[in-house]
Each structure stands twice: as C-alpha cells, then as structure tokens.
Design a protein around this ligand. Sequence first.
Ligand code: SAH
Length: 228
Amino acid sequence: MNDAIDLRRERMVQQDLAGRDITDPQVLRAFRTVARDAFVSADLAEFAYDDRPLPIGENQTISQPYVVALMVASLRLVGDERVLEIGTGSGYAAAILACIAKDVFSVERHAVLADQARARLATLGFTNIHVLHGDGTLGWPEHAPYDAISVTAAAPEIPAPLLAQLAAGGRLVIPVGPDVYAQELIRVTRVGPDDYRQESLGGVRFVPLIGDKGWPSEAATRRDLRRR
Ligand code: SAH
C-alpha cells in the first residue's frame, strides 16, 4: 500500500468523478478499488490519477477516468450482468466493469495489448475478465447475448453485430461519428427484438475503431486526418 497513491486516487474520485456528475455508488467504489497506476508504464505512473488519457503503446491510449466513469455509469449495471467491452487497451476499463458486473468479455485488435492486458489482469487477481485478440466490430458471438456493451474506440457508425448481440433491455454505449477527431457518445437501449432507442451523452474524442464494421484501416483514418 502506498499512501500517496491512495490519496491521489481518492482525490481523483472526489474531484473528477463525484465532483462532476458521477453519482452511482458502485461506479465510485470501483474507481476507489482499481489502481490506475498499475495500467500504465512506470514512467507515467505519476500521472495515473490526472483526469486525462495516457499513452499505452501501439498508438493507443488509456481513456480519461471521467469518460470511463461516464460510460460505465450509463450502462446502469447492478451486478449480475454479462458485459462485452470492445477495445481492451490497457485493461483498466475492463477492471472497472469487472468490479461491478458478473463477467466481462473484452476484445482487443492489437495482439500485444491483448496479451499485456490479460497478464496484468491475472496478476491483479481478476478472474471474471476474459480477453480475446480479434476484431471487436464483429462482437464475440460465443458469449452473446450481453446485458451491456461498451465500445471504447470510435466508429463511423454502430456495428450491426453489436446491436444483434445485445440482450433484450440491454444497453450499448459507443462513440460514433464521421469525424476521426471528435464523436458523439451514444447510448442504445434494446427495447424490443427489432426496436432500439438512442440517446446522446455528449461530445467525446476516442481513437478509431478499426475493423470489418468500423474504419477500414489505420492508414485510411490517417488519410482522413490529412484531408482536414
Ligand atoms: N478501454 C481501454 C481504452 C482503449 S483505447 C483502456 O481502459 O485502456 C481503444 C482500444 O481499442 C485500443 O487498444 C485499440 O487497439 C482497440 N481497438 C480498435 N479497433 C478495435 C477493434 N475492431 N476490435 C477490438 N479492439 C479495437
């Protein structure tokens, strides 16, 4: 136990989460439980409790704590859910989800990141997180349907397989938009077999979701960036 780190974590929860609009006690408890400094490299650990994204290698980032909290809170988890996460990255958001839900299935497109996250989560003692290396735009059909789906990379539009893998009454949260620089965070609720309700949760900025039902390639998103 490192007291200075614990204090910083508590301050982050109070100022950046509870001090804004995050009120769900289970979400706040999860952020008090998970050590974000264990999900970044040692040279960045001192910034782990700043409310900002940080690089995790492979051109990817661990999301800003407030945005993770906003997404997790919007899923309205009570504890017995099976959750699908697309974009494991460091594994931090998966760990937060796993503190609340029953099982977390997380898909990551970069093998290096998937392997690192799997090892890290095992070391930290998480037994209810399952990491798959693959294209998350196709979901993870074997374990569907999911009560909640969190997509932590930005899509041009909502991938149809994810809508199909959502349970009745299930919630899906995803950053969507034609712009690789800025997106809208959307919550979709499956209210009937063919009936989905959408709400906007505000503006966000995520790294691109690359895959069969996402952006075509990293190069294509770079071309898109250059055109601006
Ligand atoms: N939730 C992560 C943040 C990840 S950043 C965390 O807490 O650290 C977004 C991640 O999505 C990156 O790791 C990126 O490689 C991954 N990604 C992008 N496209 C993907 C796809 N089609 N399937 C799975 N992962 C994808």
